[in-house]
Design a protein around this ligand. Structure first.
Ligand SMILES: NC(=O)c1ccc[n+]([C@@H]2O[C@H](COP(=O)([O-])OP(=O)(O)OC[C@H]3O[C@@H](n4cnc5c(N)ncnc54)[C@H](OP(=O)(O)O)[C@@H]3O)[C@@H](O)[C@H]2O)c1
Length: 311
């Protein structure tokens, strides 16, 4: 009988990619999610993600690995980064109580360098909790993931397609190192199958200056806007205005500052093999056709619908 993994979010983005990869390797998957089962779920079983210790312990009992992708990208309606930290601590506590043989936690690249920012500070706190859990663990730290149903790059493409001018905060010289979702699924699955305590980045083979990444993305989706070098305040004011119409959080100030602090670049040899440029060239025609509303996806009617990352 195959080994069993419990994964958060197998009917959404990262969790779905990891589930797909582990199923290919013969694993059985149970997911914790509040989304409805999609037709593609196959043999994946599911139960609601509830932050209740005895409930979680029961769900994790008997699993060979618990893979935690849970996090709050955007504080919304009282769900803060601190709530994300507390909920993550509870998930780790449940894994300890269930004596999970392996805990794989998905964090973010360079959390330790971004502790001036709430998102990264929270991530770092949870990383410490995982490494102090006493369980066999892996912490996987993605940079920026690229895949079907992605939010950030898709929505950049949405703006590039629709507006003649695109603001580039502070010239866009800062770098990023995107990773494809397929690579990310494989790196997390490898971490699940390893027995070592480890902390690895999930980063792709290429590093781009943000302004070059934007140009590549524009070219890949056939958009020809004028790129305008702006101060951060100007770009963020434009984004806040767009958010009023979209009913979403497009990009937080902290995400922009994290990008400018080059937190989305790894200092390890890249484990990702797929070139982001190739991926964008192959998939650019699909990016940005439809706006991906992240607030709806996590807090609105969209929060119970599956977001399986397939085109
Ligand atoms: N995507 C990226 O580019 C990227 C980059 C760096 C780091 N990461 C990290 O990788 C992990 C997975 O990211 P992702 O993009 O795949 O995230 P995601 O799909 O938005 O969510 C991952 C998990 O968190 C749960 N979740 C998110 N917001 C929630 C909320 N408000 N209430 C309850 N549950 C919530 C999701 O639940 P559902 O099952 O309901 O969807 C899912 O289980 C996260 O820890 C993230 O910080 C991602």
């Amino acid at each position: 009988m195959g080994k069993k993994a419990v994964i958060t979010g197998a009917f959404s983005f990262t969790g779905a990619a990891v589930a797909e990869e582990l199923i290919r390797r013969g694993w059985k998957i149970h997911t914790l999610t509040n989304r409805a089962r999609p037709a593609e779920a196959g043999e994946i079983t599911s139960s609601p993600l509830k932050f209740d210790l005895p409930y979680l312990e029961e769900r994790l009992r008997g699993a060979d690995v618990f893979i935690n992708t849970y996090w709050v990208r955007v504080p919304w309606k009282g769900v803060t980064f601190q709530a994300g930290v507390e909920n993550s601590r509870l998930l780790v506590k449940a894994a300890v109580a269930a004596k999970a043989p392996r805990l794989v936690h998905v964090s973010v690249s360079r959390a330790e360098k971004g502790t001036n920012l709430g998102y990264y500070r929270g991530k770092r706190e949870v990383e410490k909790c995982v490494s102090a859990s006493g369980l066999s663990y892996a912490i996987v730290c993605p940079t920026l993931a690229l895949g079907p149903n992605d939010v950030l790059t898709n929505n950049m493409a949405w703006f590039l397609r629709r507006f003649p001018i695109f603001p580039v905060p502070q010239g866009g010289h800062y770098r990023l190192q995107p990773v494809t979702l397929g690579d990310m699924g494989r790196i997390i699955a490898d971490a699940a199958e390893s027995r070592e305590n480890l902390k690895v980045d999930a980063a792709g083979p290429d590093v781009w200056a943000y302004r070059d990444y934007l140009r590549l993305l524009a070219e890949a989706c056939g958009a020809k806007p004028v790129f305008m070098d702006t101060p951060n305040g100007f770009a963020l004011a434009g984004i806040r205005l767009a958010e009023l119409f979209l009913g979403d959080v497009v990009l937080t100030r902290e995400e922009l500052l994290g990008l400018q602090q080059e937190l989305l670049v790894s200092d390890q040899p890249p484990l990702g093999r797929e070139s982001a440029a190739d991926w964008l060239r192959q998939n650019g025609h699909r990016l940005g056709r439809v706006y991906a509303n992240d607030v709806d996806r996590h807090f609105g009617p969209g929060s119970t619908k599956p977001v399986i990352p397939k085109w």
